[in-house]
Design a protein around this ligand. Structure first.
Ligand SMILES: C[S@@+](CC[C@H](N)C(=O)[O-])C[C@H]1O[C@@H](n2cnc3c(N)ncnc32)[C@H](O)[C@@H]1O
Length: 338
């Protein structure tokens, strides 16, 4: 953690400011070990450069596994000359609708940053990037940005975000809030941390999509049962099988009209199949679809309402999908959060 980020942080329980006690420094004035303390006596450790506001991953262990296993697969730097080149940047741009001026020399927060593919987009656009994640994905993110003073990653619960009110120029959450017990509360927290007139964007699973298929729900249940005994090995084996064997077979099979309806039936009821163009991304996304312990789906109207409740105006859908919505924080919005 670089000390420049202290002004953005607060105690997630009381909202008090934090004082920094550095115990060990790394390169470029980065604090490797230390403690963040409140005047009333709460303390949060900084371990391996990451401020820790939680001491377990709670329900998010599958993500800790996922992002430490595939820490950079979706980074642009890993996809140069490959089928998914440009995908992560385009996805971020289309979901946030944020132009270059909304990022360059600004500080932007991501709720649920995983290993940091979107923090990397912000950083490359010249912004300072702050990410929060509940899981051990933060270890992967920290490794990915170890030498970058302009990136802060914290381990914490976005439902009790350790950020002061109205401090960020913009904020977004992509593919995350549907994995929390309360997406609406998550978006309220995100809105709270963004400055008046700052931008807010959110994208969650749409109702009726692939994530509502019987097959996806069924495989999640099977993997949850197997995980207790075999860890993530069965989910990994399925993800590789699906990405390297099922996808090519389904792609070809669906061109044959007599097979198409049968394969559609299998896909909706029994087998999770991904069609991303890079097999490595298919493995990751299949694992991501079948392992989370919480995964809800939502309507466009719900997401627009969350943004309005979070004090946003100019609430608009983006062209990424019906449940990808962005807005601007009202200049004088007062929010009551419990
Ligand atoms: C599907 S991943 C998306 C990561 C990143 N946004 C991306 O698209 O690369 C969802 C992430 O949300 C995180 N997450 C889930 N619940 C959370 C919570 N309550 N607070 C912070 N992060 C949370 C998970 O640990 C996981 O890394």
């Amino acid at each position: 953690m670089h000390p420049q980020f202290l002004e953005f942080l607060c105690c997630p329980k009381t909202g008090e400011p934090l004082a920094l006690e550095a115990l060990e420094y790394g390169a470029c004035e980065m604090i490797r070990t230390g403690v963040l303390r409140t005047p009333s006596g709460n303390g949060y450790p900084i371990i391996r450069g990451i401020p820790r506001f939680v001491d377990t991953e709670r329900y998010a262990t599958s993500f800790g596994f996922e992002w430490t296993r595939w820490p950079k697969v979706q980074f642009e730097s890993e996809n140069v000359g490959r089928p998914m080149a440009g995908w992560t940047t385009r996805m971020w741009e289309r979901i946030t609708n944020a132009n270059e001026d909304a990022v360059r020399a600004r500080t932007v927060v991501e709720f649920g940053c995983g290993s940091g593919r979107f923090l990397d987009v912000v950083r490359r656009k010249g912004g300072k990037a702050v990410g929060i994640d509940l899981s051990l994905a933060v270890e992967a993110a920290r490794t990915n940005f170890a030498a970058d003073q302009n990136v802060l990653v914290v381990q914490g619960d976005l439902l009790r975000a350790p950020f002061r009110e109205g401090v960020f120029d913009g904020g977004y959450s992509i593919g995350v809030l549907h994995h929390t017990p309360s997406p609406e509360a998550g978006l309220l927290q995100l809105g709270r941390t963004v400055k008046p007139s700052g931008w807010v964007a959110c994208c969650v699973y749409p109702k009726g999509s692939f994530y509502d298929y019987n097959s996806t729900a069924r495989l999640r249940r099977v993997h949850a049962t197997l995980q207790a005994r075999f860890g993530y090995r069965p989910a990994l084996a399925y993800s590789f099988f699906s990405a390297y064997a099922l996808t090519p077979f389904f792609r070809i099979g669906k061109r044959i009209s007599v097979l198409r309806r049968f394969l559609d039936f299998l896909e909706k009821n029994w087998l999770v199949v991904m069609y991303l163009r890079d097999a490595r991304s298919r493995v990751l996304d299949t694992f991501d679809a079948v392992t989370p312990s919480i995964a809800s789906t939502h309507t466009a109207e719900e997401v627009r309402n969350w943004l309005r409740l979070a004090g946003c105006t100019h609430v608009l859908p983006t062209d990424w999908g019906s449940t990808s919505v962005c807005g601007t924080r009202k200049a004088n919005h007062l929010m009551q959060l419990t």
